[in-house]
Design a protein. Structure first.
Length: 71
């Protein structure tokens, strides 16, 4: 998909230099991938502490129950 963007040349040139990539396109593509990955990680971090769990749950008993059924 062709897209025209007005980008800050100073920032783009700095990103190309730091990223060590050969083209501006490769640099922008990598930057977008890293941005998406970072936002996904942030959303996972935000989810910590929001899930309730049963403190009485006995995973070993559950594991043994599954072993008895399949064995």
């Amino acid at each position: 998909m062709a897209t025209n963007l007005a980008l800050d040349d100073r920032l783009l040139n700095q990103a190309v230099e730091i990223g060590g990539l050969k083209t501006k396109k490769a640099t922008v593509t990598l930057a977008l991938k890293e941005f998406i990955q970072r936002r996904k990680v942030e959303s996972l971090i935000d989810a910590f502490g929001t899930v309730d769990f049963d403190e009485t749950y006995d995973y070993k008993a559950e594991r043994n129950r599954h072993a008895e059924i399949s064995g």
